[in-house]
Ligand binder design. Structure first.
Ligand SMILES: [Zn+2]
Length: 256
């Protein structure tokens, strides 16, 4: 049976200095062996009331209750209780403001320890307000990255120990940032990558790219971009999905 990937659009954001609106995407993976896997949770419906004012001033948010991941999954007949696993690629408020809609209901949540460490202890807490996620810490598995065969750092976390779903450490956008490889070489694969691509599916590789993701780590970012460019050229790579895009990504694809 095929793996199905659903792109779920959860509202829009726009950034100071850019007129472009970027959709915020999270992903639902229907996996024949591992069940329903949600990758990130998107914007929270009450973002305007719960985000700090300085963040809302930098990142303008458009989200309604009907645009949240929870609501859209509900329209697909899926409740939070049906989700077997929630993977958090990083803790930025736009990508994961809605953890509270799922925490305590999904069967398991995984957050990379590296992301947790930096979010708690450094400037990242400005982008990742703790009122949106820290209270759910005890409901999360927080594993260390280990050595894996793929990724710009050779570090990651093989979720099921069968290489079917692998968190890849892709520092750049945040220090602990993870991308997710789904499927394995030879059977089709897809990288869901948050924060590296903005403004269009492949804007980072086109001459007219207008907006680069925010990063404090330019060296890490450059290394991650090189890696994604290599993956993009790999004939086994079916698709690279961004989490912010001005293109319409709604719908689903299958990995055979
Ligand atoms: Zn982000």
């Amino acid at each position: 049976m095929a793996i199905k990937i659903h792109a779920i659009k959860c509202g829009n954001v726009s950034y100071v200095g850019s007129k472009t609106k970027y959709g915020v995407y999270c992903y639902l993976v229907e996996h024949p062996e591992h069940g329903l896997i949600l990758i990130d949770t998107g914007l929270n419906a009450d973002a305007k009331d719960t985000w700090p004012k300085y963040l809302l001033a930098m990142e303008h948010v458009e989200i309604t209750k009907e645009e949240t991941a929870l609501y859209k999954l509900g329209k697909m007949g899926i409740s939070a209780d049906d989700i077997d696993l929630l993977l958090l690629t990083h803790l930025d408020a736009d990508s994961n403001g809605a953890i509270g809609d799922f925490a305590g209901r999904v069967k398991r949540i995984i957050l990379p320890e590296h992301e947790y460490f930096y979010s708690c202890r450094t400037v990242y807490k400005m982008r990742q307000p703790q009122n949106l996620w820290l209270q759910y810490k005890n409901l999360m598995d927080i594993p260390y990255y280990e050595a894996v065969k793929i990724g710009p750092q050779g570090r990651g976390y093989d979720v099921f120990k069968d290489e079917s779903i692998v968190f890849i450490h892709t520092p750049g956008h945040t220090e602990g940032h993870a991308s997710v490889m789904i499927g394995t070489a030879g059977s089709g694969r897809l990288l869901n990558n948050d924060g590296i691509y903005f403004g269009g599916r492949y804007v980072m590789f086109s001459a007219d790219g207008e907006f680069k993701p925010m990063t404090f780590d330019k060296k890490g970012q450059a290394k991650a971009e090189k890696y994604f460019d290599d993956v993009r050229k790999d004939p086994d790579c079916l698709m690279i999905y961004p989490s912010h895009s001005a293109d319409d990504l709604c719908g689903y694809m299958e990995i055979i």
